[in-house]
Design a protein. Sequence first.
Length: 581
Amino acid sequence: MTRRRMLAALGLTGATLSGQMASRGVKSVARGKGSGLPFHARFTDVAHPAGLRAPVIYGPPDRMDYILEAMGCGVAFLDYDNDGWLDIFLLSGTRKEGEVPGASNRLYKNNRDGKFTDVTEKAGLRRQGWAYGVTVGDYNNDGFDDIFITSYGQNILYRNNGDGTFTDVTRQAGLWVAGNRFATGCTWVDYDRDGRLDLFVSHYVMFDFQTVPPAGKDPSCNYKGIPVNCGPRGLRAERCSLYHNNGDGTFTEVTERSGISKGGAAYGLTSVAADFDGDGWQDIYVACDSTPSMFFHNQHDGTFAEEGLERGVALNEDGLEQAGMGLSIGDFSLTGALGVLKTHFTEDTPALYQNDGKGNFVDCTLHAGLGVETRYVSWGAGIQDFDNDGLPDIFWVTGSVYPEIEKSYPGHPFRTPRVIFRNLGRGEFEELPDLAGPAIGEVHASRGVAFGDFDNDGDVDILIMNINEPPSLLRNDVTGSHHWLKVLLKGTKSNRSAIGATVIASYGSRRQAQAVTAQSGYLSVNDRRLHFGLGDAQKADLEILWPSGARERYAGVAADQLVTIREGAGIEKSDSFRRSP
């Protein structure tokens, strides 16, 4: 029996069910006594003084008639001008009634003083539409990061011209698609190790304003008896797509030839490419909403095999599908292997998967203590060491998809707070609702989230998309004496962005793996400089597995600096960040 037939027999495909996203309807596990330990990271929203004041328009301000309006979009940290400071790229939606004055995707240049300047017009990136996902990488290996955006309607590839401007090359690159497809997740990935970035795209549902009824018009589309927008269940799912980089600025679709099509149709959202089993080849994991999530295992010959069920990441520990939205990968248990965090709908737990190092996973959500939080619809997520103690913590953003529910069910508000868990070690976490600063408790209907050090002070800050509000920029102010190390990789034989590389840092008695990714969170992009909190350790040994398959080791790298490592050439630059803006 095939995987798809097995799921159908078990009633797990969701194709004939209606109205809403998957949820188990579970209550939170009782909270234990807190550890009482101090937490040395504190977050403050500095978006307004930083100049991030324009709202991200996404659907009507007071309702969500269609699922297309409810899903929101991603955000990105990137260094588009190679000046060593993180810039910000924000996606935008629109409204069914017509274009909204001033709404656009926006590029903000980092002024190096805690503030940003809107350079969208100058960069040639002004565009309004239903944008969803973004991936950033140097697809033509010219030394400047390019931008690919998924949308409902038409995806867009922007080539970075290297002079602060971008050019839409979608048609000439062979990425123009006829019709209105609902593309969501996307990631650059060098799946065949030829040194060029290929492109993977996931799709959500087949959507048409003319055929999908708005909220209130279909009685089967309801939540707790209240009419809401329809989907994803009841709407047709789509399959993922893969495009091969031809090396001349063009791409060829290889969805069938690569075996990606055999994964079948699913409600695909965030997509992450990384080497999950340590064999030197990049795999692809897709968070799927109300259908089993998919794990495309790289077969080393230009093809993939979908092995989500076999690998243990398709379903939760009860064998049920969940509403997979956001994804983050990281070594939360310090085993030297990449684990997975996946966020879901309200009245359900997130999923935390432990990797055995060979790409086989076990659901450890309840053991880790994450079952105490099931109140919110959860989206972008991260596994990051926020207090630099050497133990990666967990963060995600939340926000409902049904504004109509709050009037009848006050316990299901539309705008909800952020969630942060401190890593206690031993594979256990505790939620910190009050210890991580005022920004954690602020309520918004959030979606995309990206992690990076925008002010170059040696910690991890957070960028968040809020529906029909300005974004949030959570500045992290770390106290105490913990150390850190950042690593920026530059490929030579590998793709220039080193996307798909894995770095293992050994410090003290700990060993932590991190991957260079081109999408994470929820349809978003993180700082490509990997950040390792080191605790009390003042140096670390680094092992790098490059996308080309090459391995390199660097012993005794000093803490509290950014090191730039070029494949085959060693550490070419060190930066302590102790400089004036």
